[in-house]
Design a protein around this ligand. Structure first.
Ligand code: PLP
Length: 463
């Protein structure tokens, strides 16, 4: 039979490979032992025992030759490094905020803004929680309140902007606790825990209108705002012809500041920042960063790292890059959809999320279906993924009870510019293999539970 002709023209990675890092393959027996030793927690595997590492897109990016060249231009002065000023200029150019405080990574910025703005007894609404973000809000004495639209909690819903804030929920909270108890709303673009789902520009404008009436700030989690901008361009009326850079800047313009994990959109291995428009808040943040991170012109980073971030900002907004980035995630997700494997729809920006609740429907949530699925995929092929379900959700800070999230997912996360389409094929085939033998899979029990952000270090055994 002749090979079928393509029905569409393909895109390809807008780069070629200059340096390679060999991958290691292992035997199934080796992996059975490795995952047992790791307490069935993929975070506790040694990366040497991993074949294709889809644990996270955080800090796992491949830098360009332009960024590596910039690393040699690191100005490692303790104070006033020229790389800081370049980063500050590019942050203003691409994000549009007035002031910059560099931090070692995103959570450093979350810590500072939470400590500055949150008082004991405050409420912080947000479009679904993120693990480190909520932890810092709670440590500062706040209570996180989820105000994302209901569609976000339904893996089957194909609503194009599942990251949107439900304005009614936000308004109800303001009525209930009063605007003075809400220092800011934490708005993420895209929403990681919902499956990398975007928020629309229209929704952001509405949030601005509502919060402006009540004097409530908006702090953007801009970690993947570039990927969000791409979805706005492809899904929202009026933005079809706008550039990614223009959309990103417009999105930020409706907010008062941002926390940023440079390890995602900025195409680097380490770094982050806090950006803010208010001069007084900036002064406070700049003072606080010296206590926890480092002087305000390096915030825990080497000069060379700030240079790589500044250059990453120039590359992240390039049209061909963003298209191939999201295109690769879509390629993997579409393969799984074609085989009718349950995943979160629509396919997100940085990862494909497997619906573990559905795939392992015979395993109750107390037996950790997503944790189980991630460990089974590792044993099958050495592909490393991550649990995003009941383990990640942790315990309620007041009652101490397990939180039971509606979404019980395994995140298959794609690092930027690192793997090829062939790696996606191998990954998809391994997931299919595990899916087909799902009936034989048993759950897990937790045998060690750390106090903070338990998913990182918890240990399990076969139930
Ligand atoms: C990774 C991440 C953070 C935290 O950033 P780190 O650099 O890992 O400290 C915050 N929010 C979101 C949405 C993230 O994905």
């Amino acid at each position: 039979m002749p090979y079928p002709k393509p029905t569409r023209r393909s895109w390809a990675e807008p780069f070629k490979i200059k340096v390679v890092e060999p991958l290691k393959t292992t035997t199934r027996q080796h992996r059975v032992e490795a995952i047992k030793e790791a307490g069935y927690n993929t975070f506790l595997l040694r990366s040497d025992d991993v074949y294709i590492d889809l644990l996270t897109d955080s800090g796992t990016n491949a830098m360009s030759d332009y960024q590596w060249a910039g690393m040699m231009l690191g100005d490692e002065a303790y104070a006033g490094s020229k790389n800081f000023y370049y980063l500050e200029a590019n942050m203003r150019k691409y994000y549009g905020y007035k002031y910059l405080v560099p931090t070692h990574q995103g959570r450093g910025a979350e810590h500072i803004i939470s400590q500055i703005l949150i008082k004991q007894g405050d409420y912080i609404p947000g479009n679904m929680y993120f693990t480190t973000t909520r932890e810092h809000q709670e440590r500062a004495g706040g209570t996180f309140v989820d105000v994302i639209i209901d569609e976000a909690h339904d893996p089957e819903s194909t609503y194009p902007f599942k990251g949107n804030v439900d304005l009614q929920k936000l308004e109800d909270l303001i009525k209930k606790v009063g605007a003075r108890k809400i220092p800011y709303i934490s708005v993420a673009a895209t929403v990681n825990m919902a499956g990398g789902q975007p928020i629309s520009m229209g929704n952001m404008k509405e949030i601005r209108k509502l919060t402006a009436r009540h004097g409530i700030r908006i702090i953007l989690d801009a970690t993947r705002a570039v990927e969000n901008a791409y979805f706005i361009r492809t899904r929202e009326k009026g933005y079809e012809k706008k550039s990614i850079a223009a959309i990103l800047k417009e999105l930020c313009s409706y907010t008062d500041g941002a926390t940023m994990s440079g390890k995602k959109d900025l195409l680097v291995n380490i770094g982050g920042f806090l950006a803010i428009n208010d001069k007084d808040l900036f002064d406070e943040a700049r003072n606080m960063v010296v206590v926890f991170e480092g002087l305000h012109t390096y915030g825990g980073l080497a000069g060379r790292d700030m240079e790589a971030m500044a250059r990453g900002m120039e590359e992240m907004t390039k049209e061909d890059y963003v298209r191939s980035r999201i295109g690769q995630v879509e390629y993997l997700g579409q393969k799984l959809l074609d085989w009718e494997i349950p995943i979160v729809k629509p396919i997100g920006g940085h990862a494909v999320f497997l619906d573990a609740k559905k795939i392992l429907e015979h395993i109750p949530q107390e037996k950790f279906p997503a944790q189980t699925l991630a460990s089974e995929i590792y044993v099958d092929s050495g592909v490393r993924t991550m649990e995003r379900g009941i383990v990640s959700a942790g315990r309620d800070s007041k009652t101490g009870e397990n939180r039971h999230p509606k979404l019980e997912l395994v995140r298959v996360t794609i690092p930027r510019r690192v793997y090829t389409q062939a790696h996606m094929d191998v990954t998809a085939e391994s997931i299919l293999e595990v899916y087909e033998s799902r009936k034989k899979i048993r759950g897990l029990e937790m045998v060690y539970e750390p106090k903070h952000l338990r998913f990182f270090q918890a240990r399990f055994d076969k139930a």
